[in-house]
Design a protein around this ligand. Structure first.
Ligand SMILES: *Cc1c(COP(=O)(O)O)cnc(C)c1O
Length: 359
């Protein structure tokens, strides 16, 4: 890669973030980017249709007020001023890093985890450091230690790629021991048993990000949000683009906030599929990390992870092969429909039979 001299040096040095593969629809059974296999609730689709008949020649509401009201009500927050809407939670994370971490300062993330945070630090010409999870996927005390350059700590909870959860009391403890903000990325929290919203009300340095991409089946719409104390929200609102959310996505997200029953039913259905997937993988000899998200992390004693990924891919099934330097590799499989998961297990079984018969 050539470094064009007119760009900021930080850009020349950085590697681009590589999102999971998005092939043309229909070609693969797609279990690689933790999308919902089910379509979004029908009131959301109706709201988009109806908004498409609205005044699209006019700019949307810059603060997405209707959404903030609906979100505050559905989440039991004191009011809409606790919510900031964004063009996906990735935009919210960008706003947080821009607002909190300056050039030469540092953010912290756990390892292995969601590496987009590193890209956001790189763009800022900021530094990042990774603190390894312990063998039970819990952050060690070092994760909560402050110093003067440390400006932001990020914790995906449930974590990706493990699907594991740090219990809210432990998150609270970490936040108390830190001088800087702790952002809990709750992209997968609707599949989990607990969340950290209450901590936001107790400590202005705790912030929670959410997305509609996973549990609500709206990855294609691009909508996420931040929950933080009102005096914090109003500061971050200065950083966002004036019209960061469009009229159609605001309508969709507002309607989604009224679909609590759909959400609970869909998530519990997917959690049943996840447990079935975990049991069957274990029967195939995999070691499966207990997950509270819509995916599972698994490793096989044979170590043939990359070959399994390739074999599945050649059979029109996409999962994620992940390699974490000095830690190890494995497979992350998203929870699809029961049929999709069965197809994946069938092909994995065939792979393992071929390997053992060729010995
Ligand atoms: C998917 C994901 C996001 C991004 O969500 P968008 O709202 O689609 O931008 C954020 N954090 C984690 C950990 C994710 O896995």
């Amino acid at each position: 890669m050539s470094e064009s001299s007119f760009l900021r040096p930080a850009l020349g040095k950085m590697l681009p973030y590589a999102p999971g593969e998005q092939p043309p629809p229909g070609k693969y059974i797609k279990l690689n980017t933790n999308e919902n296999p089910y379509p979004p609730p029908s009131p959301v689709v109706e709201a988009i249709r109806s908004a498409a008949g609205g005044p699209l020649n006019r700019y949307p509401d810059p603060m997405a007020t209707a959404f903030r009201r609906a979100a505050a009500e559905s989440l039991g927050l004191p009011g809409p001023e606790w919510v900031l809407a964004g063009n996906g939670s990735d935009e919210i994370l960008t706003i947080l890093v821009r607002g909190l971490v300056g050039e030469g300062q540092r953010l912290r993330l756990p390892y292995p985890s969601y590496i987009l945070y590193r890209t956001l630090a790189d763009i800022q010409a900021a530094n990042w450091e990774q603190v390894g999870f312990d063998p039970g996927w819990q952050p060690p005390d070092a994760f909560g230690q402050s110093d003067s350059d440390l400006r932001l700590v990020l914790l995906p909870n449930p974590n990706s790629p493990s699907g594991t959860v740090v219990p809210p009391p432990r998150v609270s403890e970490l936040a108390e021991s830190l001088d800087c903000p702790l952002v809990v990325d709750e992209a997968y929290v609707d599949f989990a048993e607990q969340n950290c919203l209450e901590l936001v009300q107790q400590n202005e340095r705790v912030m929670v990000t959410r997305t509609l991409s996973k549990s609500y089946g709206l990855a294609g719409v691009r909508f996420g949000f931040l929950v933080a104390q009102p005096q914090v929200i109003s500061e971050f609102a200065k950083i966002k683009d004036s019209y960061n959310c469009d009229a159609l996505s605001i309508a969709a997200a507002t309607a989604a906030m009224g679909c609590g029953e759909w959400l609970r039913e869909t998530c519990s259905k997917m959690n049943v599929t996840r447990e079935r997937l975990a049991v069957r993988l274990t029967e195939l000899g995999f070691e499966v990390t207990p997950s509270q998200a819509n995916f599972v992390w698994c490793t096989h004693p044979s170590g043939h992870h990359e070959a399994m990924y390739e074999y599945l891919r050649n059979n029109q099934i996409l999962i994620r092969y992940m390699q974490f330097p000095s830690w190890g590799d494995g497979l992350r499989i998203s929870v699809g429909t029961d049929e999709q998961v069965d197809a994946c297990l069938l092909v994995l079984n065939r792979f393992l039979e071929q390997v053992s018969s060729s010995k």
